[in-house]
Design a protein around this ligand. Sequence first.
Ligand SMILES: *Cc1c(COP(=O)(O)O)cnc(C)c1O
Length: 450
Amino acid sequence: MTDLSVRADNGVDQHRLLVTELPGPRSRELMARKVAAVAAGVGTTMPVFAARAGGGVVVDVDGNHLIDLGSGIAVTTVGSSAPRVVEAVQRQVAAFTHTCFMVTPYDGYVAVAEALNRLTPGDHEKRTALFNSGAEAVENAVKIARVATGRDAVVVFDHAYHGRTNLTMAMTAKSMPYKHGFGPFAPEVYRAPVSYPFRDHKELDGQLAAARAIEIIEKQVGAANLAAVVIEPIQGEGGFIEPAPGFLPALVEWCRSNGVVFVADEVQTGFARTGDMFACDHEGVVPDLIVTAKGIAGGLPLSAVTGRVELMDAPHVGGLGGTYGGNPLACAAALAAIETIEADGLIERARQVERLMKDRLQRLQADDDRIGDVRGRGAMLAVELVVSGTTNPDPDLTKTLATKAHQAGVIVLTCGTHGNVLRFLPPLAIGDDLLHEALDVLAEILASTR
Ligand SMILES: *Cc1c(COP(=O)(O)O)cnc(C)c1O
């Protein structure tokens, strides 16, 4: 038993293995119970229930071994049972589970704040506050920007995803399924055009795309009313859209000269995922506030806002917090996840994953004009699928490919405003052979749908 907690693969055989059809009988039984007990609005990507996971494999309740190219939506970057995380949480759960940091604080929270202040872009003096979910942290970044600037307006972008709470629904672009029927939404949220190289005119480089966004912001919102610009440096749910070089630096510069707080939502892109510790590092972008969650704590719920001391200290005492924010188990997990990223060289590992996967995806693209674009960085990669010979989105093909991959035992996710992006987010604990096998499966499925 004890050995299981110190192995990166968690004792899980690192092979794809199908012992039943998918879903198997136990999963089908559990799905019937889910339908009878869980609200219908909570959907699932695959009708398969997990029993155990480690390395690059999720084992289901019927004993099928699935290749994990999803990481529970970019969460288990260090693996779903990373040894340091397992040990740290076991140690902490035996010491105490909760005291509430706002009642009797504990050192894990402070240590996570110190680590985030050290690791996030920029060497200015920083402070951090911890929360539970990405959406909650985004909301707090807006609170902080508003109180620090005395302004109300928030600018977000086309294709943005920032969460499912009321304010973050207003900030999220896509109606179905995130917003449909759930309004009215929070006011003072404005949307600007983003840089989307695959779909923009070829002349629209990063500078011009930023100028286009800034013009709309100045004309329709007015810099003097604007508290914050909030942007994902690579858009996640919106389609893994990587802006043209120069877009983010130009936006930051405009924010600086207009007293607007530049907020990077790195909930999906953070913690080695993109081949840098943070996606902003790629172009040397230094956000005023950075929002993190997902990959921060190896699967435990934790999120953070980190930023300039003068902004972070603007809210009055008692103005920030929450019962569970910075829970001790989540903090122990975060420290262990960060140690794993640094000690195991996972930033370099993400770059290796990019080289291996991009090379193969680009070769698939060369033979198949339904792959309109191959993009992303590190272990955050995607293909955008289009109708052959056009750039028209093909969500039906995307759905077909995802379903066939699932049936073949490969966990993949879709995304994109048009639902035509197949995205890959493998844990960095996955081996090259599993990545190759998953790409073999994808190649076969592409061939079978021609
Ligand atoms: C997932 C996500 C969120 C919301 O995080 P939750 O933990 O689901 O609330 C916010 N922003 C981005 C970029 C995300 O990918």
